[in-house]
Design a protein around this ligand. Structure first.
Ligand code: G4P
Length: 290
């Protein structure tokens, strides 16, 4: 589910989310723990307004645990409850219902005081493509209910998935938001994690960005993985970064006739391994970048 959006999509997506917001109590904003800034919609606060909100930092298995802890603190400072999860294994997801209950405690108590019957908390998952919305919905439902793929505008019968003995109901179709397209850094980071098609952002450009970032933020990781010796301390020159990429390519047999390194092939390999977590748990953004 890579990101391919047109302006008309945004208007339609926004209208659809606003329709869904009328049905729910809590918005669950799903973002990618490796890129908590770039995987957020630029208008999310305006769109969700004052709905009680839970922020889920998904793909915790791929993110740097120290960075993720800093991000949880960052969101909490902004008054947003945040929880790291892994939608594939379900790690952390047990806490979703208690967190939603807490967010709704006052409202539910007020209902009770007025003598109204208790009712289920209704929730909606929102997020940009590829953050794991369908995976999470299926995990929480315990079966396959959400189709992967993000085509805003497909209206189908929405259903409630009951959880926690009927205490929480989750809408089975997520609210799809768009990322901040205009920002080149955002584009590079989303492409690095595999959320933007190669035709839009070529692999060598993305790998160049990723290699320079990893070499600076996680010194030792590249030389250890690829056995390329110590990296140069100064990576400000483009040639230096390309040299590192070439060394990796040579080590991994990405060569064409004549022994020249195939940079495209090397780039694809580096990105594939990074996305699969082979380079360890790496976060591309930290709260001080906000
Ligand atoms: P979406 O509905 O928000 O668009 O996302 P979706 O559930 O389709 O998930 C996108 C990809 O992210 C899927 O990989 C999914 O398995 C993966 N994913 C979701 N949650 C987690 C997580 O917590 N950890 C890890 N490691 N991966 C997660 P995919 O099916 O392989 O798709 P793709 O990678 O080929 O795009």
């Amino acid at each position: 589910a890579t990101i391919q959006w047109f302006p008309g999509h945004m208007t339609r997506a926004r209208r659809q989310i606003e329709e869904k917001l009328k049905l729910i109590d809590v918005a669950i904003e799903l973002i990618d723990a490796r890129v908590p800034l770039s995987s957020r919609n630029p208008m999310v606060d305006t769109i969700l307004q004052h709905k009680p909100r839970l922020v889920l930092l998904n793909k915790l298995d791929l993110a740097d645990p120290a960075a993720t802890a800093d991000w949880v603190a960052f969101f909490q400072e902004k008054g947003l409850d945040a929880l790291p999860i892994d939608a594939v294994t379900g790690s952390g997801t047990r806490d979703i219902v208690p967190r939603c209950r807490k967010l709704m405690a006052e409202k539910m108590e007020a209902r009770q005081r007025k003598g109204m019957n208790p009712r289920a908390i209704r929730a909606l998952i929102v997020g940009i493509p590829n953050v794991g919305k369908s995976t999470l919905i299926n995990k929480l439902a315990g079966r396959k209910v959400a189709a992967t793929g993000d085509k805003p505008g497909v209206t189908k019968g929405q259903q409630w998935i009951k959880m926690a003995g009927g205490e929480l109901e989750l809408l089975d179709t997520p609210g799809i938001l768009w990322p901040k397209f205009e920002d080149q850094q955002v584009g590079l980071r989303l492409a690095t994690i595999g959320s933007i098609k190669e035709e839009i952002m070529p692999a060598d450009e993305v790998a160049f960005y990723a290699v320079r970032y990893i070499a600076e933020a996680y010194p030792g990781v590249l030389s250890e993985r690829y056995g390329i010796g110590e990296l140069p301390a100064d990576l400000s020159e483009a040639e230096t970064v390309i040299e590192v990429m070439e060394n990796i390519g040579r080590k991994r047999g990405c060569v064409v006739s004549g022994g020249r390194v195939d940079l495209g092939k090397a780039s694809t390999l580096i990105l594939r391994e990074l996305r699969a977590g082979k380079l360890g748990r790496i976060s591309l953004e930290r709260p001080d970048m906000a």
